[in-house]
Design a protein around this ligand. Structure first.
Ligand code: KG4
Ligand code: ZN
Length: 346
């Protein structure tokens, strides 16, 4: 087999861990050159959630055309690539395998390295895609459909878990709550849009686990409180919006309380918010206010890079590649993968 050496050139990033096919080209010197996303929302909507087998098949259909489109938008030839990064986990195993197989095959054919990227590392480095420079150390709040974590980021690859969810992730709580009030999939953004139309304070849901020390989260009880409130109500559109607003308020305030606590405990001055729930406008404004009051700066990726995308994978892959970190030519994925097990940059 031909030897594989890192060569200069942009990195192609491929994201297929769940229900978005994301592709991007990132260059260390020039930044993000192009990115494209295909969302499978319509495909899964009838089922009220992601159907893993359908997700995998759709990634197979969409990935290669998206790669061609992204390279064309970047104005480059595939031979100019310096590496291919792909999400190797965590995620749905079949969906991950589509991206891993495509990335590994391309890298093998082009005789360039392939880089297995941790999806959550992609999310937490996503604010580095913005023009303002961003350097660790910082505390990251990672809030997605599968995770609610507070992480101390001492450096790229040096991650310490400060707090985690004991049950539902924040995004999952948004999605399940939306579903039980009859909102269409995917519920989180729909619920947030509806909440914007109502005034808060009609009822008070609890702020789970804020009355005791610690940085862990628990959101499943909140969902039950909403279910009871909804069942006891007139179930009108106005009530649905009002419950959505009070529920959003409870989640956002809970996250803000834990973030303030984490900043105080670590003494860090920078909070980075990432993951799909980072797109929530109330969360963005409450955390910005908390930072102004407590003396820390809060940074978010732009909205489109909060949810799953290829750009964050290309960026994380590029950082790892330039640190000389890429993997043996094997198609392996890690549906469960501890972020803290990643190596530090050399
Ligand atoms: O990071 P992401 O795209 O995928 C995962 O890795 O999970 O996050 C998706 C999650 C979903 O649960 C979705 O409902 C939630 O992020 N989400 C939101 C908003 N936009 C996306 N939750 C609340 N408010 C939003 N605006
Ligand atoms: Zn994600």
């Amino acid at each position: 087999m031909a030897s594989i050496n890192a060569k200069p050139g942009p990195v192609l990033g491929i994201e297929t861990s769940c229900d978005e096919t994301g592709v991007a080209v990132y260059d260390r010197g020039r930044g993000l050159l192009a990115h494209a996303l295909y969302s499978q929302i319509k495909l899964h909507a009838d089922y009220g959630g992601v159907v893993p087998e359908l997700a995998s098949r759709d990634h197979v259909r969409k990935l290669l055309p998206l790669i061609r489109q992204t390279l064309a938008e970047a104005g480059m030839d595939i031979k100019d690539l310096g590496g291919v990064a792909y999400t190797a986990g965590p995620g749905l195993v079949g969906a991950l395998l589509v991206g891993a197989a495509a990335a590994r095959s391309l890298a093998w054919a082009l005789e360039i390295p392939a880089i297995a990227v941790h999806h959550m590392e992609g999310h937490l480095l996503a604010p580095m895609l913005e023009p303002e420079p961003l350097e660790p150390p910082f505390v990251a709040l990672l809030v997605s459909g599968g995770h609610s974590m507070l992480i101390d980021v001492e450096a790229v690859g040096r991650y310490r878990l400060l707090g985690d969810t004991l049950d539902d992730a924040a995004g999952e709580a948004f999605d399940k709550t939306a579903k039980l009030m009859g909102l269409p999939y995917p519920g989180g953004p729909a619920l947030a849009r509806l909440a914007e139309t109502a005034t808060p304070g009609q009822r008070r849901f609890s702020r789970p686990m804020t009355d005791r020390p610690g940085l862990d989260f628990s959101f499943s009880g909140l969902k039950t409180q909403v279910l009871l409130a909804w069942q006891d109500s007139d179930q009108s559109d106005a009530t649905r919006a009002s419950i959505a607003r009070d529920f959003e308020e409870a989640i956002v305030e809970t996250l803000a309380i834990k973030c303030r606590r984490a900043m105080l405990e670590t003494g860090r001055r920078l909070l980075v918010v990432a993951g799909g729930v980072g797109a929530n406008r109330r969360l963005r404004s409450q955390l910005a206010e908390a930072g102004a009051a407590d003396g820390f700066v809060t940074r978010f990726p732009r909205l489109e890079f909060c949810t799953d995308n290829g750009a964050m994978i290309a960026l994380a892959g590029s950082i790892r590649l330039h640190a000389g970190q890429f993997n043996d030519p094997q198609i392996r994925v890690f549906p469960r993968w501890d972020l803290q097990s990643l190596p530090a940059l050399a």
